[in-house]
Every structure is written in C-alpha cells, then in structure tokens.
Design a protein around this ligand. Structure first.
Ligand SMILES: Nc1nc2c(c(=O)[nH]1)N[C@H]1C(S)=C(S)[C@@H](COP(=O)(O)OP(=O)(O)OC[C@H]3O[C@@H](n4cnc5c(=O)[nH]c(N)nc54)[C@H](O)[C@@H]3O)O[C@H]1N2
Ligand SMILES: Nc1nc2c(c(=O)[nH]1)N[C@H]1C(S)=C(S)[C@@H](COP(=O)(O)OP(=O)(O)OC[C@H]3O[C@@H](n4cnc5c(=O)[nH]c(N)nc54)[C@H](O)[C@@H]3O)O[C@H]1N2
Ligand code: SF4
Ligand SMILES: [Mo]
Length: 729
C-alpha cells in the first residue's frame, strides 16, 4: 500500500471492512445498508443467494459472484470460472458494495435552479424530466441542426444504446473518454500492423514497459500474468519518471526523462539494425520499408540517446541485445493510456517498430491477436436528416482522427468557438470530463456556452454538478446489460453479461430505458422497438454454447491457441505488410517513420506534471467511495527533496501548483519517488461538487492544472506537456 499522508490501512483491515459480515460500525456497515434498502426489497432473514456478475468499477469486467442475504448484497467474491480475471477481485472491486449502498447516490431526477454549478436543484418526476429533455433535444435540433447536440458516453456495456440514440436522433457528434485515454496508441499500432495487438505477457521472457504501471493501473489479465511470467524467469524493465509499484517490483527501473521514450526506442532500433540482431526472414517476408528504416535510425545512436533520456548508452546497448536474445518471446509492452504528448502516436510507432524488429508478431510471448466471438445484433436503421452539416464539429483539427471517436479536446474547442457550426446541447453518460478532460476551466467555458446539458450518473460528479438536468442511474449490481465480447490474452478471451443482483434503488433508471423514453417522445420509438432481453437474445442467437456458459458459469471463455493463427494472412495495411515505413503518413504530410524532437526544457524550479494511477482509484470515479476513501483522504503533490529544499517546502506543507491553465492547493509529499524535474498528483480530488461529501474540499484537481494540448495525428489529449511552478503557501 502506498505511503499515504492520511494513515494507511492494512490489507487485513481493508478486507474486514469489505466483508459486511464484520461489524463495520465505523462505516455504517450492515445497519446502514439495511436502512438504505426499502423494506419491500428485503427477503426473509435466512434467504442467501449467489449470483454471477462482472465488476464495473473499471473497464476490466472481472468476473464475480455476489452473495445476497436478506435482499442485501453482503459480499463479492471472484468468479473462479472467469479466466480473464484469473481469480482476482481487486480493492476497488471489493468496494463495489459501497458504490451500491452509497448515501451520496443520486436518488431522483434533478433540475438546476440557480446559476450553473451553484448547486441549487429542484426534484422532478421522471415524466417531467423526460418531457423537459425531449423538449430541449427537439428545440436544439430544430433551431440549430441535429449535430448541434453532442453525445458523450464512457466505458459501459449500455453506451452502445446512447450511440444508437444519437444516430437516430441525427447527430454524428459522438465522443467518449477514449480520446483522453488510448487513441494515439491505437492509431500507432493500427497504422503499423493493421490491428491493435494484445501482448502475450504470460509467455514472455523479456518485457520493456515504458510509461505503463501494470501493478497499480490494473489490466486483467496482464497485471496478474506479469507476476506469473516473472516467477517463470521473465525479465521486466520499467521506464517511468516515477518509482511506481511496478518499478519497485521490476528487475530494472530507469527514471527516464519524460517525453524522451522515442529517443530510447530509436536507439534500441539502431543497435538491433547495426548489429543485425533481427529475424531476417521475418523482416523480409512480413515488413515494408526496412531499408528506409535502416538508414533512418543510423543517426539515433545509444550515445546520442543517453543525453536525451538520462539512460546510459551501455544500458541501452545491453537491453537491445538482451531483447534480441529473448526474441520472439520478448516485447516492448504497447501500453494503454497514451494521452501524454503531442507526438504520442509517433512515440508509440517507435514501440511498434521495435516489436517488428523482434519478429514477435503472432508468436508466443510476443504480440498476438486472439480470437474474438462475433455476437449478433438487432439490425437498425436511422432516419436521414438532410439539413445536417457535412462533417463532425471537430473534423480537420487533427491529421488522422478516428471518425467514430473524434477528439474531446478538439470538440470542446469547436463548441467554445462555435465553429464551424454551433453545438448547444450535451448529453453525458457515465463519464466525468470535468475531472478527466485536461483544462477544467475550459470545460466550464464550454458548458457555459451551451443552452442545455444533461448528465446520467450514479453520483453527483463534477460533470453532473455543472449540468442542467441530472438523471440517476443504477449501479452495475442493479441492472441488466447486453452481452459483451472481449479480447484478453493468449489463454482467455470471452463473453460476459450482467443481470440485476438486487432491484434498482431509489428512482434510478438505466440509460437504455432513458433513451427509449426519449425516443418515444421524439417520435423515434420505432428505432427502439426492443428490450435489452431481445437485444441479448439477438446477440446470442447463433451462440447457444455461449448462452449456456453464461448461465452455468457466469462467463464464456475462449481457450485454445492464439499465436501462430495468422500465419500467411496479409496485414490490413496499405502494403499488406507491417509498415515500418508508412506511405499513408507520407501522403498526409506526416513523418512516415518516427522523427525525434526533444521535449521542451523544464526551467529550473519548474516541473513537468504527469498523470498516473494507484491501485485504489479508478480515474476520477472512486475517491468518494467509503471504503476506498479510507485509503486516501486527499491527494498530495509528489515532489523530489532537492527542489523542495530549494523552494523551502517540507513534507506536509501546503503548496500551490500553477500552470497556464489553472492552479491548485494541496499538501506536499516530499519523496525521491519522482524525478527532480517531475511532479505528480492523483486524480479525483479538488472536486467542486458538494454532492461528493467525503472528498469535497479535499486536495487539488489535476484536470484544472493540466493544459489541453493534443497529439497532432490522432487528436488524443496530451496531458504531460504541462510545465508548472510550485510554491509554498
Ligand atoms: N487501479 C486502477 N487501474 C486502472 C485504472 C485506474 O484508474 N485505476 N484505469 C484503467 C485505464 S482506463 C487505463 S487506460 C489503464 C492505464 O494504464 P497505464 O497506462 O499503465 O497507467 P498510467 O498510470 O496512466 O501510467 C502511466 C505511467 O507513465 C508514467 N510516465 C509519465 N510520463 C512518462 C514518460 O514520458 N515516459 C515514460 N516512460 N513514463 C511516463 C507515469 O508516471 C505513470 O506511472 O489502467 C487501467 N487500470
Ligand atoms: N486527470 C486525469 N485525466 C484522465 C485520466 C487520469 O488518470 N487523470 N485518465 C484518462 C483515461 S485513461 C481515461 S480511460 C479517462 C476516463 O474518463 P471518464 O470516462 O471520465 O472516467 P471516470 O473518471 O471513471 O468517470 C466515470 C463516471 O461514471 C460514473 N459512473 C460510475 N459507474 C456508473 C454507472 O454504473 N452508471 C452511470 N451512469 N455512471 C457511473 C462515475 O460516477 C463517474 O462520474 O480519463 C482520462 N483522463
Ligand atoms: S480490476 Fe478491479 S475494479 Fe477493475 S474490473 Fe477488476 S476487480 Fe473491478
Ligand atoms: Mo483509460
């Protein structure tokens, strides 16, 4: 458990608090749970039932079994049949019970009364709320265009219904959290391999992990497989300006200078090429542009890279040789969140290219593309609106944006500017851009330029706090979801679903119901002429074996070989090969191979601020959870002792962090766990919502301090470009 300014809790105590069987009087415990559950929902005292579900405290969907006693969810256990989660339910998963029985939950529809963000609300009935929302959707669609209404849905099995609603309503301005997360990584790997691969961690013998934190930022099964692989002799090298838990457990950790990873990997490529440490047959058969790459990387020597990265040339050379010796069961871990630099796509291209040189494609311990089950669907069509503008509102603001994803950053800019056309309405579902979109002041400006904003959430997030209409949703333990097929690893892709474990509390309603009701009010009911049950049946119509496994085991696992299965098949790229050189980039005026530009210099006593995670916070969303809050009451600023001393800052002092975007006040955590030129703070604090009673008034909001620069190719947010000053207050 991380050193924590507010007192750490032992693992034993945490688990005691999770098991509601313990007398958890300090946190309310069973008595409060019972008080929150309406009498009618409680069963008889000795009724105990176990139900399958899939955790939704983050996107991983770990399989679980929920124990319900007397109508109350008492305990969650991992579902041993869920291969993806490998028998694990993390601290956040265990804390789901406190998400369900959270006194801070939204209970009924609320309409804003005072000024935006003032926190004055009027309770509405569902009919009043839906009539009002439909009226606004209709009005904005008519006064502007249908594209004048923006839709944003986060990670969720029901987000597909929000997308469907946007389509039939007539807006193609649909965004998600993904342009704040991993789109530049996806861009880079898609443009190199034609597909985004899965790292076969469990079989790997040598992993370089740049800018990823698998032992805290959990991704199942990679996090668990990494431990297994290391027990089996896999070597782990971590590049991170912070001493993370992953760094602590690694064989080697290099506190790389932020923003210089491309220099490191170009130098690795330089050594592999110069010393001919690559699979010649593989390169000849499967890659495009090797000769060009060879001359491109000649200038990127380890000696040159050492000065850029702060990693010794001898270490770079040694690691290149070690990687090659372990290949093809060796990899540069592709990573996940890549919302970091203006050239993130090109940085990730350099990872992809080193992987290609290692010849690890479709090989055990390398990069694989496991099978995925193709579920069915209900065919739907959407009306055509001929007065709509030609393109998305953010079109053309990045060079190669994903059409279906767009960019949060560029959309927000376009809305504020009102260009190329006005967007005046916003629907958000299960996403909290006030905390997860860099530059919070800009998000507030965007919201203030709107005529209507509605938010569907389970609590009064900062985003809900700014909305005009707030609608309460059930948590995952209370709702029925469609079926979801996922890719996981060499041993465990699969399918899962969710059924209500307990009835939805308060007046909460699932977003499927909400958009269906809106569709009815907008004369679009024919496009939502189905139930979730119908939808799920259509998904599983041709997959009886999946339906059976879901019923018996709570999950369907695809097992069997997942490497060596693409042999002889062309890559889905222009050249039908792995593109070391991208002619498509060249055609778009983009460097066809990654060209290194050094990051801007950090002036003395200024710092680069970076984003990251710990194991008990999910982005912004779990800091107010009663159990997880016990582990961290407020965030603090990681700052190295040397600059801290120069600035007269001692451990525990209150400091102000300031950038061109905004500022925040929080306590200093003086620690050698961060480079002297880099500071860090957790996300999910410094909230403006008074509806988050445990954390309101605590710590600072990193989204306020982060500037909103973007990756030039994908439009992905670039959050690590921000330079801050720090002073004691
Ligand atoms: N507990 C927990 N688990 C999670 C999540 C969560 O919120 N909480 N979120 C899930 C989601 S949505 C995602 S996308 C993944 C994210 O998983 P990761 O991408 O692994 O997570 P981050 O913590 O964002 O890791 C980024 C790391 O990069 C380091 N870093 C910053 N700048 C640089 C740089 O220039 N070079 C290098 N080499 N390193 C740098 C940061 O210090 C940080 O430790 O985690 C998933 N799992
Ligand atoms: N500062 C900062 N910014 C970040 C990141 C970061 O670590 N720090 N991480 C980036 C990454 S990798 C990602 S993926 C994005 C994620 O960005 P977001 O999509 O904003 O993710 P969360 O912060 O998890 O917010 C989820 C919201 O959904 C609500 N919610 C939870 N469960 C339910 C439910 O069952 N139903 C409904 N209706 N609502 C629910 C929560 O209350 C919360 O308001 O953020 C990105 N931006
Ligand atoms: S990693 Fe933890 S929070 Fe995420 S789905 Fe799994 S158990 Fe839940
Ligand atoms: Mo993410």
């Amino acid at each position: 458990m991380s050193a924590n300014m507010n007192g750490a809790m032992s693992r034993r105590r945490f688990l005691q608090l999770c098991g509601a069987a313990t007398s958890a009087a300090a946190l309310g415990g069973p008595r409060i749970l019972h008080a929150l559950v309406p009498k009618a929902q409680k069963g008889s005292v000795d009724q105990v039932q176990d139900h399958f579900s899939a955790c939704d405290m983050c996107f991983n969907k770990c399989g679980l079994i929920a124990r319900v006693e007397d109508g109350v969810v008492k305990k969650l256990d991992p579902n041993p049949k869920s291969l993806k989660s490998r028998g694990m339910l993390c601290a956040r998963g265990n804390a789901s019970i406190k998400q369900l029985y959270d006194p801070d939950r939204l209970k009924y529809p609320l309409l804003r009364k005072g000024a935006r963000g003032e926190g004055k609300w009027q309770r509405l009935s569902w009919d009043q709320a839906l009539d009002y929302a439909a009226e606004q959707l209709d009005r904005i669609g008519n006064e502007y265009t249908r594209c004048g209404f923006l839709f944003m849905a986060g990670t969720d099995m029901q987000s597909t219904f929000v997308h469907h609603f946007a389509e039939v309503y007539g807006s193609y301005n649909v965004i998600s959290h993904e342009s704040n997360c991993l789109l530049s990584r996806n861009r880079a790997f898609l443009d190199t391999y034609g597909v985004v691969p899965t790292p076969d961690v469990i079989h790997s013998k040598y992993i370089i992990m740049p800018g990823a934190n698998r032992f805290e930022a959990l991704v199942t099964p990679d996090s668990i497989d990494l431990m297994t692989a290391m027990q089996d002799g896999c070597k782990l090298v971590v590049l991170d300006p912070r001493f993370t838990k992953t760094a602590a457990l690694a064989d080697e950790w290099f506190a790389i200078k932020p923003g210089t990873d491309m220099a490191f990997f170009l130098a690795i490529a330089n050594v592999l090429v110069a010393e001919e440490l690559y699979d010649k047959k593989f390169l000849a058969e499967k890659t495009h542009g090797f000769a060009k790459l060879r001359s491109h990387v000649r200038r990127y020597t380890p000696d040159w890279a050492a000065a850029e990265t702060d990693i010794a040339a001898a270490d770079i050379r040694r690691m290149a040789r070690e990687l090659a010796a372990a290949a093809p069961a060796a990899m540069v871990y592709p990573g996940r969140r890549s919302s970091d630099y203006r050239d993130s796509t090109q940085i990730r291209r350099s990872y992809a290219i080193v992987n290609a040189l290692l010849g690890n494609w479709d090989r055990q311990g390398g990069l694989i593309v496991p099978q995925k089950i193709k579920t069915g669907s209900i065919p739907t069509d959407a009306p055509f609106y001929d007065d709509n503008p030609d393109d998305r509102v953010d079109a053309g603001r990045a060079r190669m944006m994903f059409d279906e994803e767009g960019s949060f950053k560029h959309t927000r800019d376009a809305v504020i500017e009102g260009k190329p056309y006005p967007v005046k309405g916003w629907f958000t579902y299960k996403t909290n851009p006030m905390q997860t979109g860099a530059n919070r002041n800009k998000t507030i400006r965007m919201i203030n330029s709107l005529e209507f904003m509605m938010t569907v959430d389970i609590t009064m997030s900062d985003t809900a706090w700014m909305a005009d209409l707030v609608l309460p949703a059930p948590s995952y333990l209370e709702r029925q979801d469609p079926v979801s097929a996922f890719l996981a690893s060499s041993a465990c892709s699969g399918v899962l679903t969710r059924d209500p474990i307990v009835p939805a509390m308060f007046e909460s309603k699932p977003v499927f119901w909400i958009v269906k009701q809106l569709a009815e009010r907008l004369d679009l009911a024919e496009h939502f002429d189905f139930t979730i049950e119908d939808y799920r049946n259509a998904q599983l119509a041709k997959l009886p074996q999946v339906a059976k496994a879901l019923k018996n085991d709570g999950v369907y696992n695809i097992v069997g070989h997942s490497h060596g299965i693409h042999e002889g098949k062309p890559f889905k790229t222009r050249s039908k090969k792995i593109e070391l050189f991208s002619s498509r980039y060249a055609d778009n005026g983009i460097d066809p191979m990654p060209v290194y530009n050094p990051p801007k210099t950090v002036p003395r006593d200024h710092f680069r601020i970076v984003v990251g995670r710990n194991a008990y916070i999910t982005q912004s969303a779990s800091t107010n959870n009663a159990l997880l809050w016990e582990l961290e009451h407020e965030n603090s600023l990681w700052i190295h002792p040397a600059p801290a001393q120069r600035l007269g800052i001692r451990h525990g002092d209150t400091v102000e962090v300031k950038s061109t975007a905004g500022r925040g006040r929080l306590k200093a955590r003086v620690t050698e766990d961060s480079r002297p030129d880099t500071v860090y703070m957790d996300t999910g604090f410094g909230v403006i919502s008074k509806g988050l009673s445990k954390i309101y008034g605590k710590g600072a909001c990193i989204a306020e301090v982060l500037e909103d620069q973007a990756d030039e190719i994908s439009g992905n947010m670039a959050m690590h470009e921000t330079i801050v000053s720090v002073r004691k207050v």
